[in-house]
Design a protein around this ligand. Sequence first.
Ligand SMILES: Cc1cc2nc3c(=O)[nH]c(=O)nc-3n(C[C@H](O)[C@H](O)[C@H](O)COP(=O)(O)O)c2cc1C
Length: 366
Amino acid sequence: MTTSLFQPTQLGPLTLNNRISMAPMTRSRTTQPGDTPNEMMATYYRQRASAGLIVTEGAPISAVGRGYSMTPGIYTEEHIKGWKKVTDAVHEQGGAIFVQLWHVGRRSHSSISGEQPLAPSAIKVPDQVFGPLPEGGFGMIETETPREMTLTDIENTIYDFVKAAKNAIEAGFDGVEIHAAHGYLFDTFMRLESNQREDEYGGSQENRIRFLVETLQAVVNAIGGDKVAVRLSPHVIEGFANEDAEIVEVSLKALKAMEPMNLAYVHFSERISRYVEVPESFRYQVRSVYRNRIMIAGKLTKKSAQHLIDNDYADLVAFGTPFVTNPDLVGRLAEDLPLAEFDADARLTLYGGGEAGYIDYPTYQP
Ligand SMILES: Cc1cc2nc3c(=O)[nH]c(=O)nc-3n(C[C@H](O)[C@H](O)[C@H](O)COP(=O)(O)O)c2cc1C
């Protein structure tokens, strides 16, 4: 019997209305100053609450963890109050919502984060992020060479993740997804190119996953494993100069370490920016070490998503850009209705700005 994308499914204590998630997407529309989530963001997420699970845009867990201007924080009382509007809106519609907890590591600049960015080692690659321009206004700026994290920095960062996770629960989220993908903090600890440490957080593969595993365990201890998820992207080269020969093996080791934590799900981000296609053999390898819930995202269609479910490669699938232009994406996919295209105009209004290109996409009109 095939399991339909459109049937309800259990995620820990949650009953999701379907297996289609909205992937995390940064939209940079907070209220300034303070980077606070607002009513407009609540409307945006409310419109998309027919997704089985919404994963919010990345939410910086601290000022130093911030790499893009105007992204919504989750480290002040105002942030918690702002996010409460969002979670209430989604829950009123019968939806479920996790917040993505984000520390960008070296992909930042002190003009955004307020201090020198942190990383496993003081190594920079050519890279640009969205921040204040010297001539005024915002645009893409080159990142800054990071500072090598001390053991105290690592301890403090784990504390910041735990605090942010507790804030998320206070704000009404159903859980948190820790961002360990796309060249951000944890991804740089896992890869050889960016991690040249000689202490217990660098060197061997076990050492390179230690920071992520310790952080996950601390967050699991604080809020419970069924409220914690993680996003990985071993086949994406975003934020690095080169492919990493060991990252697949390292990710499989991390999965093994996560298995006993009974996480809500592990999310694989595929096919964004520079990437290699995921071989079928990887999907088998994942299932051979990890039996709990898997989510997969990256240029999916109804057909390819159903294929992942049918083959037991994934339990949940996530769509990103189709949700930008189709707030009722799940209904449209279920009924085979035409999708509003994610076109050049849609791209122009992705980051920053107001309601246009954000909350003015209609549901399907016959
Ligand atoms: C505008 C935009 C912002 C994004 N922001 C995030 C983010 O904050 N965190 C993250 O993990 N991925 C982010 N992504 C990646 C998406 O979650 C998703 O993996 C990607 O869009 C591929 O899925 P798609 O082909 O269905 O769009 C973003 C993508 C887009 C288009």
